[in-house]
Design a protein around this ligand. Sequence first.
Ligand code: NAP
Length: 276
Amino acid sequence: MKIAFLGLGIIGSAWARNLIDDGHEVRCWNRSAKDFPNFCTSIQAAVTGAEVVFIVVADPAAVQSVLDQISHVLTPGMLVIQSSTISAHWSLRFAAQVQATGAAYLEAPFTGSKLAASQRQTVYYLGGDDDLIARARPLLEPIASFILHIGPLGSASTLKLAMNMNVAGVAQSLCESLAFCRAAGIPDEVYFAALARNGSRSGLSDLKEPKLREHDYSAQFSLKHMDKDLRLALETAAELNISLEQIGHLKAIYQRGMTAGWSEQDFIGLIRLVDK
Ligand code: NAP
């Protein structure tokens, strides 16, 4: 298929490479120029004539900027697959902007970080009509390990934020319990041997164990993006009229990490706030 791929960050660059390997005709664009296969310096040139447009950029402001630049070259028959983590509020707004051009909009947030994206293990949460999902499946299935249809537009964004609320909570508990043991002189090796045989072991603890043991805070998923997701969760909770006490507390902790200058580093690096 003719694909425009917009956003070549940690995730976008991995997916774009896989789509190129799958034999699609992929034109790639990123806000800052990159040495990348099939790179277009003009976003309009990348999108014009494409059948499918992938978007995976930082946040709602970035998606807005991308759509404002391409709306006039979107045409009926095109499908926009938007995978940046945003909220339902923004997803409905962006869908309306795309649909006004005659193109279709599929909400496609996902889980699985850098490694999963490059190893075709992404799990997609899709929001939208069945016919759009059927159109997207042949492209997404080869780069994913699982595709879940969550419900109508907006629902997948809400579900994605809910999953990240869990991740942020589990990560903070992991950081505090590990720092607690370190402060008491218990070696990391012993801590993780115990965790491996404890009910609180998780996919997240398995993923982050090597980084915690090696004090490696290079980004798989950056602190600034989790901070953004907690903000979007709190905004959505206000719209839903529910109170998220722990998320409010976590948001303040993430703010401290941002102030410490760690926004581009992995969110597990927050352990430094408690680790002596
Ligand atoms: P990333 O490495 O930080 O890349 C962000 C991308 O957004 C870059 O291509 C950046 O372009 C672009 N961008 C930022 N502001 C922009 C703007 N105003 N206009 C146009 N482009 C802009 O992020 P990532 O880790 O790939 O994540 C991308 C999205 O997926 C985020 O919404 C994130 O929350 C979500 N997500 C990530 C993961 C993960 O594990 N990494 C997992 C699930 C969901 P420049 O290169 O020019 O800065």
